[in-house]
Design a protein around this ligand. Structure first.
Ligand code: ATP
Length: 359
């Protein structure tokens, strides 16, 4: 049991599995979230993020494994007994109720007395800037305002843990960016533990204290955003993070070290790296004049502050992306020379796992 006065909201999952018929949606998930931290479950569609969130919420029973909240085994407890609030992708607001009634609906259902309901409603409305909208119906609100009501409904529960499943996917890009900041600020201000599901790596990187990257029902990497970016544990993690993501080049033995297949005489990594995949972040590549890896431009994409160049290198089968500051209106086919960073990311070409850093 948690000691009295200890910070609340600690989560521990131990070897959680879940199968639906033939599908193994969760394949032994073990992870822990600190009280008051922001944990993001990140991964492609179908990797098991929502199922895992539903297991934590108690909406789905795991096949095996244990869930502990603040040290207490809650695996078989119903949702209402877990001290958890939840925000869904579809805001699930009641159309016939006012904003105020929507916000306190859960409190009313749990028999929280009127004075307390009103105190919490006023506080939550103030926190989320909903004061002037309380009498409206959901249909009279913008998408962003509806999202805020859904958040308010979770906040008003004053639960130490809040779960969110892709809460921003119905909003346009600008509003998404605003709401990201707002949710993060709210989580920090309230000191609650947040478990947040998204397939958007930018959302994960900008909001999380801890990112759990999932793939096919297992944890591919569990790390801080900074570590995930700096030291991806696998080709999958390397390819999932960054805009555009890391380029991966096959290395073959060469005269002075390992080189890109089809680019003889240009060592790009120590000899021991031959046979591996070299990972290069596009922002670490620069254009160079005479020396540098020969390349041919496939396409240039101007993004305003910078241009992303997709380049064919070596035997032409390898594609290296470069993110270069400024506008580079270059025609497809233009020959280029690229300066690469020192070999920082090497991966086993068979298993896809990260190899020890070259000396
Ligand atoms: P998305 O981002 O698309 O929502 P996800 O990562 O949240 O994906 P889940 O919804 O957790 O993935 O699904 C994981 C796997 O389990 C998928 O293969 C999915 O088809 C399967 N699955 C989920 N729920 C059920 C269900 N109720 N019945 C059968 N299969 C299910």
């Amino acid at each position: 049991m948690a000691s009295p006065g200890a910070a609340r909201g600690g989560i521990r999952l131990e070897a959680i599995t879940k199968t639906f018929g033939e599908t193994r949606a969760l394949d032994g998930i073990t992870l822990a979230a600190r009280p008051g931290s922001f944990l993001v479950l990140l991964g492609p569609s179908g990797c098991g993020k929502s199922t895992l969130l539903r297991v934590v919420a108690g909406l789905e029973a795991p096949g095996s494994g244990r869930l502990l909240l603040d040290g207490r085994d809650v695996t078989s407890l119903p949702p209402a007994a877990r001290g958890i609030s939840m925000v869904f992708q579809s805001y699930a607001l009641f159309p016939h109720l006012s904003v105020a009634e929507n916000i306190v609906f859960g409190l009313r259902a749990r028999g929280v007395e009127r004075g307390e309901r009103e105190r919490r409603l006023a506080q939550t409305a103030e926190l989320l800037g909903l004061g002037r909208l309380l009498a409206r119906r959901p249909a009279q609100l913008s998408g962003g305002q509806q999202q805020r009501v859904a958040l308010a409904r979770a906040v008003v529960a004053e639960a130490p843990i809040c779960l969110m499943d892709e809460p921003l996917s119905n909003l346009d890009a600008k509003l998404r960016a605003e709401m990201r900041r707002e949710i993060r600020a709210l989580q920090q201000r309230l000191g609650i533990t947040m478990v947040y599901v998204t397939h958007d790596q930018a959302e994960a990187m900008s909001m999380a204290d801890q990112v759990v990257l999932m793939r096919d029902g297992h944890v591919e990497q569990d790390a801080t955003p900074a570590e995930l970016y700096a030291r991806p544990a696998s080709v999958f993690a390397a390819s999932f993070i960054g805009t555009p993501p890391m380029s991966l080049l096959r290395l073959v033995p060469g005269r002075d070290g390992a080189e890109v297949a089809g680019a003889p005489g240009m060592a790009v990594a120590p000899a021991a790296a031959a046979g591996a995949l070299l990972g290069i972040r596009p922002e670490e590549v620069a254009l160079s004049d005479a020396d540098g890896l020969p390349a041919r431009l496939i396409a240039a994409e101007f993004l305003g502050a910078e241009t992303v160049l997709a380049c064919a290198v070596g035997d032409g089968e390898e594609v290296l992306q470069a993110r270069i500051p400024g506008n580079h209106a270059l025609a497809a086919g233009t020959p280029l020379r690229l300066r690469l960073p020192p070999a920082a990311h090497l991966f086993d070409a068979g298993t896809g796992r990260r190899l020890p850093d070259p000396a």
